[in-house]
Design a protein around this ligand. Structure first.
Ligand SMILES: [Zn+2]
Length: 296
């Protein structure tokens, strides 16, 4: 769905990229064919392509228009970024801003930008290259970023530092997509329970990164959860213990995934992950033994 409502809020999906990514056994830590094969046919073609046995994935962002405020949730990979650790998302030249315009939004219309977490494919359009410098893309926006990710990813602060995969994949990311916000005094570092607007709050769901946040939305009788990368693929709804290769804290990522799946199943909230194909959103059911995606 490229446009849907959550109560009084209109949500627009703004796509940046789509394509085949990597084989499932490469992405998922804990992959077992017994957890994949019964569902494979269901994943074709929106979430998996049999011809090269690769996952099919999207980079997409969401504009939540409340009528008085426009919130951009996640900012994709961005254009012109140098990404030797993940060349697929480097040196992109997409028409993302034109797509945003076609949905009715100029960069200056965005009031609030939220990054679910600080990873290369969620902070990219925070900045854009103008006259040889990384400039803030959304000139009137407050940028809300997870505090715990600053402590982890900012080379000037981090004591623990990311793991080896995170370091390679996100090389240069903090400098080109986050530091310019800090220098422009546009970054606001937020924590668990932060209320963005009435009915919209951020929950700490760490593990994928230390600061990973879920945006919980309630408007009238509707509920939605924008879960970022807590769940990458519907295979992880069937198999909540499967992490991605990019999850920084494997045990905590499993705990957070079960938390969000439980909440979605209990509340019936629309479930909005960052990288899903198909209708791009699902609902989650629990039958007493296992979770399953309900494709909408
Ligand atoms: Zn991601």
């Amino acid at each position: 769905m490229d446009k849907f409502r959550i109560g009084d809020i209109t949500v627009h999906r703004i796509e940046e990229w789509q394509g085949t990514f990597v084989p499932p056994e490469y992405l998922f830590r804990g992959f077992q064919s017994s957890g994949w094969e019964p569902h494979e046919a269901e994943f074709v073609p929106d979430f998996f392509r049999r011809e090269d046995r690769k996952l099919y994935a999207f980079l997409q962002t969401w504009v939540l228009d409340t009528g008085s405020r426009r919130i951009l949730f996640d900012t994709g990979a961005g254009n012109d970024k140098v990404r030797p650790g993940i060349p697929l998302f480097g040196n992109l030249k997409t028409d993302f801003l034109e797509r945003l315009a076609r949905a009715g939004f100029r960069p200056e219309d965005i009031d609030i930008v939220i990054c679910s977490h600080i990873h290369v494919d969620h902070v990219g359009w925070n900045t854009m290259m103008v006259d040889g410098q990384w400039r803030v893309t959304f000139p009137n926006a407050r940028y809300l970023l997870p505090l715990a990710d600053r402590d982890y990813w900012d080379p000037a602060i981090s004591t623990q530092g990311p793991g080896e995969t995170g370091t390679v994949v996100n090389a240069g990311m903090f400098e080109d997509s986050v530091l310019p916000l800090i220098h422009a005094r546009r970054a606001e570092w937020v924590d668990d329970g932060y209320e963005v607007l009435p009915g919209l709050s951020l929950l700490a769901r760490p593990g994928h990164t230390p600061g990973s946040m879920v945006l919980r939305v309630a408007s009238r009788d509707d509920r939605a959860m924008f879960v970022g990368d807590v769940v990458h693929h519907p295979a992880q709804i069937y198999n909540p213990d499967w992490n991605s290769l990019y999850c920084e804290d494997q045990e905590q990522a499993r705990i957070s995934r079960r938390l969000v799946l439980n909440e979605a199943a209990d509340t019936g909230a629309l479930f909005v992950p960052a990288h899903f194909g198909g209708a791009h959103v699902v609902r989650v059911a629990y039958d007493g033994k296992a979770f399953k995606p309900i494709y909408v």
